[in-house]
Every structure is written in C-alpha cells, then in structure tokens.
Design a protein around this ligand. Structure first.
Ligand code: ADE
Length: 449
C-alpha cells in the first residue's frame, strides 16, 4: 500500500516534468476567476449552495470565528502559503476562510477521494482559495491533486492522514517548510514511525493529541457521524440489533456509546488488554472477532489497522450482515477478497452494495469500505470541528511565531486550554475558578488529616 502511494506520487511528478497537458487537463484552468488563481472543482455554479452551508457551519463554530476576529486586522499569516489536505466539508470551509482572513494563501485538496462536498469546494474556489477537490476522485486524480497543492511550494502544511507529510519526506524533499500539523490518529501513527526512524525534516504538531481534539472529535464526532453514515445509507433500525465495534480507542468508544444509546446490543473486539477491560466495564461484551462474526448484524471497524475484518471472518457472518469502516483508510475490511470471492455484486442504493458469498449469504458493504461517516454522510458536526480546527489555526500560528527543530510535538497546553475556554464562552457557559487558598492547598504537602 505504502509503495503504491509512493509510486503514484512519483508518477504524478514525472508527468509534470514532461509538462504535456492534454486539452482536457487544460480545461480546468479556464475556470480561473483571475489569471493567477487556479482551482479544479466539480461545478463552480454550486457556489451559492456552498455559501449557505458555510453560513450554517459558521453559526456553530464560535471558537474558530473568535480566532478569526482576533487576527483579522494583524494578519499574522500574511505572505505565507499553506498546503492543506483535509476533508473538504463546510467545517473545513470555515477553517479555510479563517486562514485566509489571517493572511495566508491557501491551497486545499481532499484527504479522501469520497469526502468532498462539491458546493463547499465551489464557494471556496470562488473566494480565492486554490481548491483541487471533488467527490468521487479516482486514485490517480487524488494523487494528482496532492501534487498540485505541493507544487505551490508551501511554507506550511495541514494534513489529515499523513499523505502530504509523507510525500514531502519521500518525493518533494526540496521544499523548505516552517512546519506542519496533523489532524488524525492514522496520520500521527505514520509520523511516529517517521520520527522513530529519525527522518523528520520539519516540525509537525499533532493536533490529534490535544484534549480539545480527541476527547470530542474522535469520540462524539465520529460516534455520531458514523451512525449518521449507517442510517443515511441503510435506514435500518438500530434498536434490537447486535452491533460489533472493532477497536475501542476514542473512536470505537464513541461509536459503541452511540449504538448502545440507540438500543443496540454492543460487542467490542480489541487486541489491547486495557481497552478490552475498559469496554467490559463500560458494559459491553468483549470477544475475538471470529466469535463475534456469526452474532453481529452491523460491524464497524475503528482500529487504524489493516485487515481487521478478513475474508475468513466475513464468511462466518450471518445472511444480511452490514459492514462499515470508520477508520481513515479503506484497509480495515478486506474488500478486495470480498469482491474476488463473491458470486455477484449489486448496488442496492447509494453507498450500499450487496455481495453474495459462495455460501449464498448476502453481505452489505457501506461506502465501498471507505470511511462511512464522510463517504455516506457529512462527517463530524460543526460543533466538534470547531474545537479541532481552532487547534489547527492556533498551532499554525504557533509554528510561524516559534522556530522549532524537526520533531513531532503536542499542541501547546495553553493553546488547548484557550480553545476550551473560547468554546465555553462561545456557547454561553461559564465555569468556576480556583481561589488563592485552594491554589495553596493544591500546591502544598503540609496539610493532612
Ligand atoms: N473529519 C471528520 N469530520 C470532518 C468534517 N466535518 N470536516 C473536516 N474533517 C472532518
């Protein structure tokens, strides 16, 4: 998989040096609203719908709007180019507008071929953001678009999943960067491996590890939006079903919690003994996936690892079982073997494909095994992305204001706390503060029984 990704980037690069654009390739340039500006979106006429989407999202993202207001006059990102690979949703639109208001020139592409909201891409393009993204990109188009944003020679990177960062370490090694950020667990795992190998060439802040990110986005955001994707693609009743959640990290915890809330019986499968114990004490059944296979009605993967539902497990599932993936990459369910060993495949409705196994059981795969919350629904609601993207904006600013050596960093504690406080005040909640006496008590050792 990694090799395929690298090859795709190399292929894209080679093509560019030959510089032979077909008339079709040229056509997107004619969409430019000014000579300098370029973009490639599905249909620029969708901009009016995108404008409404962004207005709706902005009304639910008070923390990010407060940051936009704080820096709109000083424009601390003036003169800097940012390349971003993010799911191009209305929430990303609010971040893009914020970074632009802070002075940056933004090159934006999708972090998944299925997750772009075309009307959002259109409004951003019409506002002067260089967007190269549309829903349903082929793998080649996806990599070509990554290449396009990198060829802007960015000063800063915002990534979701690590594809930009890895390309900058393997292919685009000459681009000098101030630094970058990473949004998600899968991307951070890839960067940790890079760091361990001593290969990091610029500082990267793991936004994923901020309290105001993983506790809310990974848990409540993915929890709700995964159910949303399952409902939009199937409209099945969750109550009374047996839901199998594969992986009990923050995402798995959120999904299990929401399944339970809707009346499902929940089974959790894990490889980590602490998480397995936690799932048990949270009230869920815990067992190996092979044992859960014939019991589940709906299976959701949330591990970040590959082949956690192999074909041997699929073959044990009951007739009618539904399979969905909520991990960043489409590697968690063995979709290739499912395709190759099924006697027939039929699309029932959008994002719902029926595979008939040799044993005649019908298995229903959602969103082709790609992340179901963004493939079949709209991703996390604006309220949680407000937190994640406030961390993104402030971490980018931190990188610009502080020269850091190449390494993987956590979000600064003060930034994390500022985001939490901005959010609370944005939704009209005030909290208590510690008194001097309490402060002394908490920081001393003398006072006992
Ligand atoms: N990741 C998950 N949900 C998202 C959203 N709504 N926008 C951008 N990235 C996301």
């Amino acid at each position: 998989m990694e090799k395929e990704r690298k090859n795709a980037m190399e292929m894209g690069k080679e093509k560019k040096t030959k510089n032979k654009e077909s008339p079709k390739e040229k056509s997107w340039r004619t969409l430019s609203v000014s000579k300098r500006q370029t973009y490639k979106v599905k249909d620029i006429r969708l901009a009016h719908s995108g404008a409404n989407q962004l207005a709706w999202a902005e009304a639910h993202m008070p923390a990010l709007i407060a940051i936009r207001d704080e820096y709109k006059r000083s424009k601390p990102l003036e003169g800097l180019r940012i390349a971003a690979a993010l799911h191009v949703t209305k929430e990303t639109g609010v971040l893009a507008r914020t970074l632009k208001t802070m002075g940056a020139e933004l090159y934006l592409t999708a972090s998944n071929p299925m997750s772009t909201q075309d009307d959002v891409a259109a409004i951003l393009a019409s506002e002067g953001i260089h967007v190269f993204a549309w829903k349903g990109e082929t793998d080649k188009e996806y990599y070509d678009n990554l290449k396009r944003v990198l060829e802007s020679k960015p000063n800063l990177i915002i990534d979701d999943g690590g594809d930009l960062h890895i390309a900058l370490h393997e292919v685009y090694k000459n681009i000098k960067l101030i630094g970058g950020t990473e949004e998600t667990t899968t991307g951070v795992n890839r960067l940790k491996a890079l760091q361990k190998a001593g290969l990091m060439r610029y500082p990267i802040i793991s936004v994923n590890d901020a309290n105001t990110k993983y506790l809310f986005d990974n848990r409540y955001g993915t929890g709700q939006s995964t159910i949303d994707g399952i409902l939009r693609s199937t409209n099945v009743l969750i109550a009374g079903k047996c839901a199998v959640v594969v992986g009990y990290g923050w995402v798995g915890r959120g999904i299990a919690m929401r399944f339970h809330g809707l009346g499902a019986r929940v089974i959790v499968t894990e490889i980590n003994p602490f998480r397995a114990l936690e799932a048990l004490m949270d009230g869920f059944d815990v067992m190996p996936i092979s044992k859960a296979a014939p019991m589940g009605d709906i299976f959701v993967t949330a591990t970040g690892n590959k082949n956690v539902i192999p074909i041997s497990v699929i073959n044990k599932m009951k007739d009618g079982a539904i399979l969905a993936n909520s991990g960043h990459f489409d590697v968690e369910i063995d979709v290739n073997s499912l395709k190759n060993t099924s006697s027939s495949v039929k699309t029932i409705r959008q994002y719902l494909d029926e595979y008939t196994l040799k044993n005649k059981h019908k298995i229903y795969l959602l969103a082709e095994g790609r992340l179901v919350n963004l493939g079949a629904a709209e991703g996390h609601p604006s309220e949680v992305m407000d937190l994640s993207f406030s961390n993104q904006a402030l971490s980018i600013l931190y990188l610009v204001n502080n020269k850091l050596p190449p390494n993987l960093y956590n979000v600064l504690g003060e930034i994390d706390e500022k985001v939490a406080r901005l959010k609370l005040s944005g939704i009209g909640i005030s909290i208590d503060s510690v008194s001097e006496e309490q402060e002394r008590y908490m920081s001393g050792w003398k006072m006992g029984t």
